[in-house]
Design a protein around this ligand. Sequence first.
Ligand SMILES: NC(=O)c1ccc[n+]([C@@H]2O[C@H](COP(=O)([O-])OP(=O)(O)OC[C@H]3O[C@@H](n4cnc5c(N)ncnc54)[C@H](O)[C@@H]3O)[C@@H](O)[C@H]2O)c1
Length: 348
Amino acid sequence: MKAANIKRFIGDVLSEVGLTQEDGQIVANSLVGANLRGVDSHGVTRLSIYVKRLGLGAINAKPSVSILDESGATLLIDGDNGMGQVVGTRAMGLGIEKAKRDGAASVGVRNSNHFGTGAFFLQQAVREDLIVFAMSNAPSTMAPWGGIEPYLGTNPYAYGIPAGKYEPILLDMATSVVARGKIITAAKEGRDIPAGWAIDQQGRPTTNAQAALDGTVLPFAGPKGYAISLMIDIMSGVLTGAGFGSHVNNIYGDFDKTQNVGHFFHLVDISRFMPIDQFKSRVDQMIEEIKQAPKAEGAEEIFLPGEMESRIQLQRLQEGIPLSPEVYGDLRQTGLEYGVDLEQYLYN
Ligand SMILES: NC(=O)c1ccc[n+]([C@@H]2O[C@H](COP(=O)([O-])OP(=O)(O)OC[C@H]3O[C@@H](n4cnc5c(N)ncnc54)[C@H](O)[C@@H]3O)[C@@H](O)[C@H]2O)c1
């Protein structure tokens, strides 16, 4: 289905649940942007849970995002329990202004919700020639290394670097082996997951997607991934005054509570270190040296972070976004509950 048509559908559904047109478009751009880049786990498949929480009042459809505190290099933002993409976009906008004025900005956000994909926020900052670091905590789905009881989230960690001739370098990753959304998608589609992604409730390895969701996902790189996830939770949750660890509420349950997710963004104005063109040509040189480096047996190409996603985006902008029957059905049902029929958006 064409990206522009899905965006209109999502915008219309979200305005029925109370978001302003502008905020609905922000969420639509984040979700469809994720699908365009091939990150289907954080794309339109999330609409139904967002709409459910908005409908129940567990997310505030019209938040007043406000600055609680500001100093020379820091901003503390209250998200007023708004949609994570909306709160994050406002916070990033304020951080971008500040970094351009003051050279760098550290932005802490409390009282927010699931912010979708980290790359969405990176793109806002690299367009402005800033280096950006974006992270968020998330509900407990990952046990500390050696444990079986989820405590940390799959806390995403994202870094954006502007380049010159080439696409920006966008590293955007869950701190679990894979984003839990990929396991949710597999469970929705009745598929097994590869070994090594998760353990079940008893701590045994599993390839059953539902058993994995009932158990705990595994951190990437074993204890190192656990440790990085912990650091992200300290910056996004402990430091900002948001929930942390098991005090971040479950998006798929806890419908009578707010999630109190926290985010942390750090922005650096490159021009305070060297002229921007010089930096970009140094990044370009690095990209070229990596792309031309000798390849391991069986490897056809060496990629930069974000490169594969931008290739998928070119293809999906032309050919449309593939939606599985399960995801299409889920989206259509979500819209129908608010009188918006996805079928009406198929061709125009
Ligand atoms: N909001 C939340 O609570 C939350 C939680 C977890 C994850 N997420 C999101 O889930 C998404 C998916 O995360 P993931 O960890 O499953 O992604 P992934 O494993 O598909 O990719 C992670 C990163 O590795 C890079 N990469 C992959 N293969 C590469 C290669 N061969 N060479 C160079 N780079 C390569 C990708 O470009 C990407 O930047 C992200 O957008 C993340 O922000 C969100």
